[in-house]
Design a protein around this ligand. Structure first.
Ligand code: AP5
Ligand code: MG
Length: 213
């Protein structure tokens, strides 16, 4: 099963992708997490990506596509995966499609987690993310057992640099202009499913499970 998570920044793509990954035993692949891990490790890729991410802009397609295609060619992706934060532009979606076509494959579900902009800004300030495994917490909704420490892997929890209110607004603008057109793209392919992302995260997950089966 190959699944794409669509939705605005902070809609809950990462939260739901992680739950899907556990239930269906699929790797959760987040390009944002890959970039953040590279930033933490001080790699060249991390340095380049950070310049864009801190402004709320997208990392250029060439760089992002290469990383994603490398990742999905790994053995653990043979039975499918959940992509979280990729594709984010029409050119990215087209490259992914072409690569899958070569293998005689295609995307099974593109799940749009729908949350209005007003709700988003409120969510972001409380988010904490594990810099090692990417697990996501919220100081009120999903607090970790021990403050600042990831329940899953013991990694350090951070407030992301791009979660400042003015950067969140830029990310929302970028989402509406560059990423939202993917909703039509996947609707045309007959794989788009929309879920209400404003309800409790367990309820969001129930809607997703009823789609995936
Ligand atoms: P990325 O890491 O993908 O960030 P994003 O799309 O902006 O999305 P977020 O991770 O902020 O939100 P989410 O939808 O995963 O929500 P979450 O589950 O955490 O990308 C970061 C940057 O990297 C981009 O801006 C770009 O620069 C670059 N990048 C990445 N991929 C790229 C690509 N393909 N091309 C180009 N550049 C790329 O939830 C948010 C918070 O809300 C959490 O605290 C959570 O606990 C809480 N929450 C979740 N669900 C609920 C709920 N139902 N009710 C209440 N609270 C909830
Ligand atoms: Mg995320």
């Amino acid at each position: 099963m190959k699944i794409i998570m669509l939705g605005a920044p902070g809609a809950g793509k990462g939260t739901q992708a992680e739950m899907i990954s556990e239930k269906y035993n699929l790797p959760h692949i987040s390009t944002g997490d890959i970039f953040r891990a590279n930033i933490k490790n001080g790699t060249e890729l991390g340095k380049e990506a950070k310049q864009y991410m801190d402004k709320g802009l997208l990392v250029p397609d060439e760089l992002t596509v290469k990383i994603l295609l490398d990742r999905v060619s790994k053995d653990d992706c043979k039975n499918g995966y959940v992509l979280d934060g990729f594709p984010r532009t029409i050119p990215q979606a087209e490259v992914l499609d072409k690569e899958l076509e070569k293998l005689g494959e295609s995307i099974d579900f593109a799940i749009d987690v729908d949350v209005p902009d007003e709700n988003i800004v409120r969510r972001m300030g409380g988010r904490r993310a594990c810099v090692t495994c990417g697990a996501t917490y919220h100081v009120e909704h999903v607090p970790p057992k021990k403050e600042g420490i990831c329940d899953v892997c013991g990694g350090e929890l951070i407030l992301r640099d791009d979660d400042k209110p003015e950067t969140v607004q830029n990310r929302l603008n970028v989402y509406h202009t560059q990423t939202q057109p993917l909703i039509d793209f996947y609707t045309a392919k007959g794989v788009l499913k929309e879920v209400d992302g404003t309800v409790d995260m367990k309820e969001v997950f129930e809607s997703i499970v009823s789609i995936l089966g």
